[in-house]
Design a protein around this ligand. Structure first.
Ligand SMILES: Cc1ncc(COP(=O)(O)O)c(C=O)c1O
Length: 425
């Protein structure tokens, strides 16, 4: 990817749009357009065909292997190189099913990162357990040293998140988990298709949970899936998802694990045929979409590599990210300063958010999670001071797969312009 016109770059000393100057761009930033990304006639044809078949649930009298949901699961197994896949209602339900299938005692402490979307601790609660938050490092990755302490203190399982598409250090996490004899669920919701060392995220742990909600790499509006190599745990997840009265058996053409399908509650977390058809059609185009994310992200990051005043988020390994977000910190800036920076970028025509903006109830700021911590945000921040600091310094910019070179140039120019203005203060 080459710049549209390098000479138009870095109008560093022009007046900021927020102060009445000309914005870098006036066209809206293509955030994720709530789904209108990489949609094609093939998707419409697949969904219409599922509708025309007049069979909207997979568990009926058709041969099971012909159902859209089963075909999707087969394709997911092939794509990700795993034994079992379960198409389900959402990323949250996929996570909860993975946790339920671990068969932990009710109310178990389960580790999860402080820097995540609230669906992660919510899924732990949905599975009947207690989230124990783990610090992050300066690159907003899970702090494995702190995870080790949380496991030493008795956490019975861990959920690891690849937040905003950046991989967590899975080899280290899995080593730690095995030495503590705990099982791990990967929340790969934000990283569908990203890899670490050539291996897909979501295939390192005992379970990988994904979403197909409209902002994700596969867009069925809502939806999700769960991956695992563990046949017995898969059978339990199936039962919990609503595969009752022997339906669970249809997922095992060979030996069926000895799992009693009335020994567990049934939650009805299934995916319907229409969404499964849509996801299956999109899966074929996933490589193109991933390439677009990667191209946009790498272009912007290369251009901003020597930008003063910002600390770009560094991946745990080369290429270990999806590329659907640009994240950087403003080291030592207060949340209010970061909020001003993000608003200045937004005024330049780039959708940016300061994760710790005190005036923005951003759900990714853990201290806002009253469902876990109650109303005292300072007390919550004091429990996880490093995560509070680093999340508070973070600026987050969505990188749609539809971005053009000109959009990426605008982003680079706007960040350079706003950074220069903030440095002059
Ligand atoms: C990290 C993470 N986990 C889980 C979820 C939940 O996915 P869903 O909305 O499909 O339930 C999200 C949603 O964006 C997320 O960002």
């Amino acid at each position: 990817m080459t710049s549209a016109d390098p000479r138009v770059r870095r109008p560093a000393f022009t007046k900021l749009a927020i102060a009445g100057g000309h914005p870098v761009r006036t066209r809206p930033w293509p955030t994720y357009e709530k789904g209108d990304v990489f949609i094609s006639p093939e998707d419409e044809a697949a969904a219409s065909s599922a509708i025309r078949a007049r069979r909207y649930s997979r568990y009926d009298d058709r041969p099971f292997e012909q159902t859209w949901a089963r075909r999707l699961e087969r394709s997911l197994c092939e794509t990700f190189g795993v034994r079992h896949a379960l198409a389900c209602a959402s990323g949250t339900t996929a996570l909860a099913l993975g946790l339920l299938a671990l068969d932990l005692p009710p109310g178990s402490p389960v580790a999860c990162p402080a820097f995540t979307f609230p669906a992660t601790p919510s899924a732990i609660m949905l599975a009947g357990h207690r989230p124990v938050l783990v610090e992050c490092d300066a690159d907003l990755h899970l702090d494995v040293g702190h995870l080790s302490e949380v496991l030493d203190r008795g956490a019975k399982a861990a959920v690891v998140v690849h937040m905003r598409g950046y991989a967590s250090d899975m080899p280290t996490v899995m080593h730690l988990a095995r030495t503590h004899d705990v099982r791990v669920v990967e929340d790969a919701v934000p990283a569908l298709g990203a890899r670490l060392g050539g291996r897909y995220l979501g295939t390192f742990a005992d379970f990988g949970a994904f979403s197909t909600q409209s902002d994700k790499s596969l867009n069925t509006g809502e939806g999700g899936f769960l991956l695992t190599d563990d046949a017995e745990a898969y059978a339990r997840a199936l039962v919990y998802s609503g595969a009752y009265e022997g339906r669970m058996h249809r997922h095992f053409p060979g030996d069926v694990p000895a799992v009693d399908d009335l020994a567990y509650p049934i939650y009805g977390f299934r995916m319907d045929e229409i969404r499964a058809a849509l996801a299956g059609a999109m899966l074929g185009r996933l490589p193109q979409r991933l390439a677009a994310h990667r191209r946009n992200h790498d272009y912007v990051v290369t251009e901003l590599a020597s930008q003063e005043g910002i600390a770009l988020r560094r991946p745990v390994a080369d290429g270990a990210y999806l590329g659907e977000a640009l994240m950087f910190r403003l080291p030592d800036a207060t949340p209010t300063e970061c909020a001003r920076f993000a608003r200045a970028l937004t005024a330049e025509g780039i959708d940016a958010r300061a994760l710790g903006d005190p005036a923005d109830a951003n759900v990714r700021a853990f201290w806002q999670w009253r469902f876990l911590f109650g109303p005292d945000q300072e007390q919550a921040r004091a429990l996880l001071p490093r995560a509070a600091r680093y999340v508070g310094e973070a600026i987050d910019i969505p990188l749609s797969a539809n971005l053009t070179v000109a959009d990426c140039d605008d982003l680079v120019t706007a960040v350079a312009k706003v950074s220069a203005a903030f440095r002059r203060r």
